[in-house]
Design a protein around this ligand. Structure first.
Ligand code: DC
Length: 208
């Protein structure tokens, strides 16, 4: 089982998808679960700061019906980060993630607490990171194609705020597990990052 954690816009999602395809494993982007929880609350006209309503929404999620288009984007990422701070929400989502991780043959999960809380016994743990400025620059470049694209300063401020909330919460904060391999992609493009990640996974698997 492969656990991939890291901050917003670190490239962990792309790496997780590529590694899953490369090793022929199913992949779960656990950020989508928190995003869908926030989306369900907003769709029901509920505030994001109601822990009980958020936990109930998390317990009723049906990943088969996720509309990824509506879950992507910085706004939902921010909303997800708010509901993700509630221990009741994290608890409501834990069993689903552990079931996915326990599939025979293995799986790839990416998120913030996979190697620390969800799957502390994962065969391989990667912590993918990059400086806030580099992550903001990548995100800014991605968004530049869209109408109403935010400026670099806004993107950087969003990333810093999300880092602070995800790292500062009491329950399952964003943290590298002590036995995680840190992959800093600040000076790597996606192909180099993938090549390094695949090599790290192979090294771990062969020495496990
Ligand atoms: O990976 P992402 O940007 O889609 O995640 C959105 C938010 O969800 C993130 O800011 C914090 C939360 N999250 C979490 O707390 N734990 C996870 N395993 C995945 C995401």
């Amino acid at each position: 089982m492969l656990a991939i954690d890291g901050p917003a816009a670190s490239g962990k999602g792309t790496l997780a998808r590529r590694l899953a395809a490369h090793f022929g494993l199913p992949h779960l982007d656990t950020g989508l679960l928190y995003r869908a929880t926030a989306r369900a609350l907003l769709d029901a006209g509920q505030p994001l700061d109601n822990a009980l309503a958020a936990a109930a929404a998390a317990g009723e999620l049906d990943p088969a019906r996720f509309d990824e288009e509506r879950l992507r984007g910085a706004e939902m990422g921010e909303a997800a980060s708010v509901v993700a701070a509630f221990p009741q929400v994290r608890q409501a989502l834990a069993a689903m993630q552990r079931r996915f991780a326990g599939q025979p043959g293995g799986a790839v999960l990416d998120g913030r607490d996979i190697g620390t809380v969800i799957c502390p016994d994962a065969t391989v743990k990667l912590f993918v990171t990059a400086s806030p400025e580099i992550r903001a620059a990548r995100r800014h470049r991605e968004l530049a194609q869209k109408p109403d694209a935010p400026d670099f300063g806004t993107v950087l401020a969003d990333i810093r705020r999300r880092d602070a909330r995800d790292s500062g919460r009491a329950d399952a904060p964003l943290l590298a597990a002590p036995d995680a391999v840190i992959l800093d992609t600040s000076s790597l493009d996606i192909e180099e990052a993938f090549a390094q990640a695949a090599r790290l996974v192979m090294d771990r698997i062969t020495t496990a």
